[in-house]
Design a binder for this molecule. Sequence first.
Ligand SMILES: NC(=O)c1ccc[n+]([C@@H]2O[C@H](COP(=O)([O-])OP(=O)(O)OC[C@H]3O[C@@H](n4cnc5c(N)ncnc54)[C@H](OP(=O)(O)O)[C@@H]3O)[C@@H](O)[C@H]2O)c1
Length: 327
Amino acid sequence: MKKMKQKYGWGLVGPGRFAREFVEELRMIPGAELAAVASRSKSKADAFARDFGFKSSYGSYEDLVADPEVDIVYIAVPHVFHDEIARLAIRNGKAVFCEKPLTPSLRSTREMLSYAENEGVFLMEGMKTGFLPVIARAKEWIDGGRIGEVKLGYADFCFTGSQDPSDRLLNPELGGGAVLDVGIYPLHLMRFLLGEVETIEATGELAPTGVEESVAMIAAHHGGARSCMTCSIQSEESMGARILGTEGEIRIPKFHAATSIELLKDGKVVDRLDDDSGGMVKGEIVAAMKALDEGMIQCPGHSHEDTLALARVMESVIESVRGDCGE
Ligand SMILES: NC(=O)c1ccc[n+]([C@@H]2O[C@H](COP(=O)([O-])OP(=O)(O)OC[C@H]3O[C@@H](n4cnc5c(N)ncnc54)[C@H](OP(=O)(O)O)[C@@H]3O)[C@@H](O)[C@H]2O)c1
């Protein structure tokens, strides 16, 4: 397999809310260089570049993808624009690391993945949770039989987001809704730890803008385990996960950015891991660059099949909830 370079110039598209958190970590990672940032507004890109030390700044995405110093385009704009920008980057031969969800629909996700595969260009959906040391430990405990046979999983991602109907969380034209924004996390975790989702049922409530606001989901996984998951963009915060087996329980507070995990037997903690290495997205960034080093066009830790499987269950959940509400 063709080896690539050990240093990668990152080009950020969309210097918004999450991009700041991402770049705070990106700039500390050996081998990651802050090559360029692009915004619809040149002055905003200039200011962001100054704040973080990007080498170049652009007022157009076309200029960023034409920059020879950019190897990987990081897309951090609302979901509905991911597809177009990813295609632009791939057409220009740039690897793409795209925020979750890759696109807002199953069909466009499938088409996007095929496009990158046909062009032979690296494409990865950002899914930080699966790269956290604490989540890796949960998987080790489960695979090593520490909680016996896995029976049930619970995971929630609920919080109070913006009340503004034009905000990307609530605005249907910007791909709004709880499932695409945060439901993806419990769906990813339960699939990652319990196995492929074979069936899923969902019920929920829509926001006045028509996007899902609060959703409850129940899944049956390959191998027999069942999971219960919730997501909301308008409720009190709840972001925990638990896995129950015949011989124990695993508890993961704030699982999407987890820093600790406990193993319990008969209600008593018998093992735990506290990860004080810091960082929420560095695992996925390092994994993307490693896959590129090895000449791959997808990342084994969150493969194209993983992205597609998530898109499939999210679409099924959204259809159920909108159907429930007479849409
Ligand atoms: N991995 C994680 O933990 C995590 C956390 C939060 C969000 N995300 C993902 O990151 C992405 C961005 O989320 P965010 O909350 O950071 O978004 P945001 O702040 O609302 O927007 C990000 C940037 O996108 C551009 N943009 C916003 N609205 C636009 C519009 N109507 N038309 C064209 N461009 C627009 C803007 O860039 P310019 O004005 O500079 O052009 C903006 O700064 C989403 O896909 C989300 O799912 C991931």
